[in-house]
Each structure stands twice: as structure tokens, then as C-alpha cells.
Design a protein around this ligand. Structure first.
Ligand code: FES
Length: 105
């Protein structure tokens, strides 16, 4: 698998239980902190047009601010209607005080 690690956020900017929008490498990402572990997915809902970072985290699920759509944060898997298409999730790592995301296809 190819690798293209980019800095997407500072560790201190994404508190546990929180999330942050990041535009890196021509991608619109959502960076999440679940109990000190970081995850990254595409930020745009696959149903219509909404930013998931405007929604709410419920446990390990991100709920879209519109229409009640939801996805698993760890995998990007869509959790039922009205979501019929998963979002892409990305590997993350922490280097120093930076959250890095592997945006390679
Ligand atoms: S835009 Fe996300 S559920 Fe409709």
C-alpha cells in the first residue's frame, strides 16, 4: 500500500470526544479523537451535502447534522437509511504534537 502522510491537525486541537475539520491534500477530512486515539474520514456526508464535523459524535458513531444519517467513525461504514454509501476512512498516526493522516489512495 502506498503512503502519503500529511499533517491534518495538532493533537491539542482535537480533544477526546471531539472532532475537527481539516483540508489537506485536496481532501476535506474529519479528524476525530475517541478516547485519545485519532481517526480520520472524509467529511462530506454521502447522502446529500453536509459536513459531518457539523454533526454529533455518539460513542463511536458520527451523526450527520441533516436527515439522521450516521457512520462508524473507525471504518466509515454507513449505518442504514438514508445512507447507502460508506465514507472513506484513512489511517492516522501521531508524530510529536501532530496528527498525521495517510491520504494515499
Ligand atoms: S446529508 Fe447526511 S444524512 Fe442527509
Amino acid at each position: 500500500m502506498s503512503e502519503q502522510w500529511v499533517v491534518a491537525a495538532k493533537v491539542a486541537d482535537v480533544a477526546p470526544g471531539g472532532m475537527k475539520h481539516a483540508e489537506v491534500a485536496d481532501k476535506n477530512l474529519a479528524i476525530y479523537n475517541l478516547g485519545g486515539t485519532f481517526y480520520a474520514t472524509d467529511n462530506e456526508c454521502t447522502h446529500a451535502y453536509a459536513m459531518l464535523t457539523d454533526g454529533t459524535i455518539d460513542g463511536e458513531v458520527i451523526e450527520c447534522p441533516l436527515h439522521g444519517g450516521a457512520f462508524e467513525i473507525k471504518t466509515g461504514k454507513g449505518l442504514g437509511a438514508p445512507i447507502f454509501c460508506d465514507i472513506k476512512s484513512y489511517p492516522t498516526r501521531v508524530t510529536g504534537d501532530a496528527v498525521e493522516v495517510n491520504v494515499a489512495d
